[in-house]
Design a protein around this ligand. Structure first.
Ligand SMILES: CC(C)(COP(=O)(O)OP(=O)(O)OC[C@H]1O[C@@H](n2cnc3c(N)ncnc32)[C@H](O)[C@@H]1OP(=O)(O)O)[C@@H](O)C(=O)NCCC(=O)NCCS
Length: 191
């Protein structure tokens, strides 16, 4: 596995993807504080202080080299004319196994920016990062099947449904299922 930090930041058509920092806490709070946004995430609704603490913790994950390393990429919508950019969402990149070159990704975006392809744009760039820089053989996402927007995103990315677990978790007070969507390097970039 190669160390990918040199490959950051990533510029997409409309976004800048770069490691999350402490300075992003206020922007992250804007979406971490919304019940509809955390509904399918293993996160509570956080108040400002809790969200800041969480961002500080996640900003400390700066290497993706060993099993269980995690990197959080802030999706920044660059400001124009000297205006600071705004973090409108973030992508998680988990290195699940170095030996087996398995990487999991996750995503969350502020609802003001849903429905415009920002998550797709960020996720495509994150997939490229996982394959080309982290050296993944397979990238997967774990999604609650009721999370239609996330399922649709997996499918837009070309991920296949690999597994469906039924009522496999007691999550936020109810039985919930889990779907695993995945894509292989050979499917991402056929030889
Ligand atoms: C999952 C999540 C990121 C998806 O957001 P999204 O807005 O549906 O995804 P995108 O930003 O890629 O936008 C796609 C939509 O924009 C449209 N779109 C417009 N321009 C587009 C473009 N250039 N490229 C792709 N889609 C575009 C698509 O047609 C699609 O519309 P539809 O929803 O009517 O089908 C969002 O619902 C979210 O943050 N959820 C809460 C957190 C969460 O549950 N995370 C996942 C846990 S597993």
């Amino acid at each position: 596995m190669t160390l990918p930090i040199v490959a950051l930041p990533i510029h997409t058509e409309r976004l800048l993807l770069r490691p999350l920092t402490e300075a992003d806490a206020a922007d992250v709070y804007e979406y971490q504080s919304l019940p509809e946004i955390v509904r399918y995430l293993p996160w509570p609704v956080r108040d400002r202080a809790e969200s800041r603490e969480h961002t500080l913790k996640r900003a400390g994950f700066t290497h993706i080299q060993n099993d269980d390393d995690l990197l959080i990429l802030a999706a920044e919508l660059p400001g124009g004319g000297g205006v600071a950019g705004r973090v409108i969402g973030d992508m998680s990149v988990f290195l699940k196994s170095v030996e087996h070159r398995q990487v999991a990704i996750g995503w969350v975006f502020h609802p003001d920016f849903h429905g415009r392809g920002f998550a797709t744009e960020a996720a495509r760039a994150t997939l490229a990062f996982a394959f080309d820089e982290v050296g993944a053989h397979r990238v997967f996402a774990e999604v609650d099947p009721r999370n239609e927007a996330s399922v649709a995103l997996c499918l837009r990315l070309g991920m296949r449904l690999e597994a469906t677990f039924v009522e496999s978790e007691f999550f936020k007070g109810e039985w919930s299922g889990l779907c695993v969507y995945a894509i292989l390097r050979s499917e991402w970039a056929p030889e």
